[in-house]
Design a protein around this ligand. Structure first.
Ligand code: PLP
Length: 284
């Protein structure tokens, strides 16, 4: 069952208003939350980011965090998500429906919520073997820190990588590397981690922050500083982080091996730390 605009509906029964601004303009925000063993992972962090995204697009959410949490819990129950299930929860909020105009309607517009859960296995095979990536120009807008429904840039860069036979893209703006299509990027050099600073050019990934915290607790130096495509090609190891991709090794870039071309020891170590964190912090 899905939760759509205040109602519980079956798949196929959900309807979209033709002039919903999410549908017309991508005028809305979303979150994807991991469910491990039937329980929500890092729900609180996702809520903080959702409310921040809302503020940044000048959208006042009419739901409290407690109300959204109640909806999430009901979604798990109504869809029979049990401790045997790994899944994702998708939650989106659009600004609502109004006669089409670009500027934000002054009043009389009511945000529309939609949420569902879907069973989803962890990408265990890829986490073991690693994936390939292609360097692609980052054509997205300049507010990548907002988790907005406007994902056409991400769609096109991911497809460009896929067309070249790579699993994902590593995005760069004039040679400065930002992130991946739906994940953050880390490079490993001489036992230290490098990742783009959390500014307007990347999404402030929750998994990114978890990995930074876990690394620092383990005494691994982390540099939140921009680096270029040459640094990527010369990295000892590369990996991306994301809610569904976790700590995913990248073993080749543009067909060339990263480091040894095998999944490296730093990624293995961070995967272990991440696994322990999953088991400790699943909640709800
Ligand atoms: N960067 C982009 C562009 C994303 O879309 C995502 C997730 O969808 C991420 C990074 C990773 O963020 P998180 O770890 O919060 O899933």
């Amino acid at each position: 069952m899905l939760y759509v605009d205040g109602k519980w509906v079956e798949q196929g029964e959900a309807a979209v208003q033709p002039e919903d601004r999410g549908y017309n303009f991508g005028d809305g925000i979303y979150e994807v939350v991991r469910i491990y063993q039937g329980r929500l992972y890092q729900w609180d962090a996702h809520m903080v980011r959702l409310y921040r995204s809302a503020r940044e697009i000048r959208l006042t959410l009419p739901w409290s965090e407690a109300e959204l949490t109640a909806i999430a819990r009901q979604l798990l129950v109504k869809n029979n998500i049990t401790p045997a299930d790994d899944a994702i929860l998708y939650l989106q909020i659009t600004r609502g429906a109004a006669p089409r105009q670009h500027d934000i309607p002054a009043d009389g517009i009511r945000p529309v919520i939609m949420a569902f859960v879907r069973r989803k296995e962890r990408p265990l095979k890829e986490l073991q073997t690693g994936i390939s990536a292609k360097l692609v120009a980052d054509i997205r807008w300049l507010r990548c820190d907002i988790k907005t429904l406007n994902l056409l840039g991400a769609v096109l860069v991911k497809q460009e990588a896929k067309d070249a036979g790579a699993a994902d893209c590593i995005l760069h703006r004039d040679g400065i590397v930002t992130e991946c299509s739906a994940a953050n990027l880390f490079a490993v050099k001489n036992g230290e981690l490098y990742t783009h600073p959390a500014n307007h050019l990347i999404l402030h990934g929750i998994t990114r922050q978890t990995v930074i915290d876990l690394a620092q607790q383990a005494g691994i130096p982390v540099h939140e500083q921009a680096f270029d495509t040459t640094f990527v090609r010369q990295a000892d190891e590369l990996f991306l982080t994301g809610t569904t991709s976790e700590v995913m090794p990248i073993i080749s870039v543009d067909g060339q091996p990263v480091g040894s071309g095998q999944v490296g020891p730093m990624v293995r170590k961070l995967q272990e730390l991440f696994e322990a964190n999953i088991n400790q912090s699943v909640q709800v």
